[in-house]
Design a binder for this molecule. Structure first.
Ligand code: C2E
Ligand code: MG
Ligand code: MG
Ligand code: MG
Length: 289
């Protein structure tokens, strides 16, 4: 495919492995240019407080609009960024932009509890680079209350190196930032590990949230929510797509949801407008249940 586009029947000169390598080399060069050239943007997905249907905060999700390839999903370019070291620049960009947008929203919306923003942290960012200093710098520059900046760390990342992760997370907590355990339920962690990490939120992976008809699913969901609460953590359910999923979550005592039912990832301007509209408590599914 790739070699063919460049040189007709030269395809046969490349073995499949080399084609893949060349393709990711291209992506790497393009990503470096994209970071300079403003092709990388953040979009925001609302996280809803189920007790009154207001917006509690937003998750920042990175987007790359490539001039030729179109939109490249984060699942494709985050690994490339990690391999090449560009994750340092990308990670700082996302933290900085998210905190800057948050500061603007907070200044404009003065009623109710302050909004938070959640930023995803990748493996190399946590394990190899100086994330602590980035967080410190971004908090200082943006002026947001530290606890309203939340870092999302996946369960599988934490389990790659639990000892070291625990130390880093402690340091982040000491700066006052919040921590969410992302994609919970997919990373095969021993549950006993949970008490060693200073998370204040657990995000239940969407594979347990959307009703797939399995009888085990509600049992697992209930156990995760109970466990989180017993450890003093809040729960965000990811990937709520229907009202019936959400009603079930409310009945199980889940505090927050994020999913297409309440909003897809959107521009910072749209997010701001949505937050403005939903500052007042709303008729919630919780109250009609
Ligand atoms: P994640 O952190 O678990 O983010 C949630 C993903 O689920 C997002 O996909 C979101 O668009 C999608 N989603 C939300 N609600 C629903 C729903 O109701 N149904 C379905 N089917 N999907 C839903 P997205 O934006 O493609 O991001 C994928 C992953 O890429 C993220 O998973 C996160 O691990 C990573 N990622 C995104 N942005 C960043 C970033 O800035 N830095 C790093 N390191 N990773 C990022
Ligand atoms: Mg996330
Ligand atoms: Mg997630
Ligand atoms: Mg997920």
């Amino acid at each position: 495919f790739h070699a063919k586009r460049q040189g007709g029947d030269r395809t046969s000169l490349y073995r499949p492995g080399e084609i893949v390598r060349r393709d990711s080399d291209d992506l790497q060069a393009d990503l470096a240019a994209a970071l300079e050239g403003g092709e990388i943007e953040l979009v925001y997905q609302p996280i809803i407080r189920l007790s009154d249907n207001t917006i509690a905060g937003f998750e920042a999700l990175v987007r790359w609009e490539h001039p030729r390839r179109g939109s490249v999903p984060p699942s494709e370019f985050i690994p490339v960024a990690e391999e090449s070291g560009l994750i340092v620049q990308l990670g700082l960009f996302t933290l900085e932009r998210a905190a800057r947008d948050l500061a603007l929203w907070q200044a404009a919306l003065r009623e109710g509890p302050p909004l938070f923003v959640s930023v995803n942290v990748s493996s190399q960012q946590l394990l190899r680079y100086d994330l602590i200093n980035d967080v410190k710098a971004v908090l200082a520059r943006s002026g947001v209350a530290p606890e309203t900046l939340k870092l999302e760390i996946t369960e599988s990342l934490v389990m790659q190196n639990p000892e070291f992760a625990a130390k880093m997370l402690e340091e982040i907590r000491n700066l006052g930032a919040s921590l969410a355990l992302d994609d919970f339920g997919t990373g095969y962690s021993a549950l006993s590990y949970l008490q060693r990490f200073p998370f204040d939120t657990i995000k239940v992976d969407r594979s347990f949230v959307a009703n797939n008809g399995s009888t085990a699913r509600p049992v697992i969901l209930r156990s995760i929510i109970t466990l989180a609460h017993d450890l003093g953590m809040d729960v965000v359910a990811e990937g709520a797509e229907t009202e019936s999923d959400t009603l079930e979550l409310i009945q199980l005592g889940c505090e927050y949801v994020q999913g297409y039912l309440y909003g897809r990832p959107m521009s910072s301007q749209m997010a701001h407008q949505m937050a403005r509209r939903r500052q007042q408590p709303q008729q919630s599914l919780a109250r009609s249940a």
